[in-house]
Write a protein of this length. Sequence first.
Length: 254
Amino acid sequence: MSKLPPAIEIEDLWFSFDKTPILKEVGFVLDQGSFMAILGPNGGGKTTLLRLILGILKPDKGTIRVLGLKPEEARNSLGYVPQNTDINLSFPISVFDLVLTGRLSRSRVGRRYTSDDKEKVNTILEKMGMFEYRHFPVGQLSGGQRQRIFIARALATEPSILFLDEPTASVDPEFEVGLYEFLEELNREVTIVVITHDVGVISRYVKSVACVNRTLVFHGGGKITEEMIDMAYHCPVDLVAHGIPHRVLPEHEE
């Protein structure tokens, strides 16, 4: 039986913006079936790394392979939930129709949606607890409900890897825990990569951790240690909230 290619394989990756280094000497291998958390301070390069993996950005140097392919070749096998969706909430589109657009990558251009497409969308909405809202205009939903819909749209592509950038940034704590429990269940079938500052919550679910702050240190085990946090934030951190490290124990030396 042939071995599956890694979900993500990066070697000596460098990226700069306007001659300012954003990422340097990044390299790691993530196996298929993993659940990886990407940690690090705001401005440390986390979202940039995700966009490079997705093929939205091009590296200055180094190689990226996703499912054994170049990022642009693997695009139809990837689901992505960005931190900012930039949707016009006044646009009159229903929950069902928005999620259905996720099936476009599975359809030929100009082809009508099939009954199978619609059935899969209904199944996803049920899993996300949003089936009863399927005919609601998206603009009438709460922030947490909209986040569920954007995740549902990404899942409608039937991705091999699901990327999420700060998926709980605008949701209530109850939904936050429920989301990670859902992702843990989904991880039985899909590789999960999530950018997060929810260290206390995510540590119960992840299988690997990438600490990003210009450079990257990869930890194959899911346990988030004090050393990892120190590396990612360059100071002892006991609580990370909204991207800001807070020291709640005695002061440390600069």
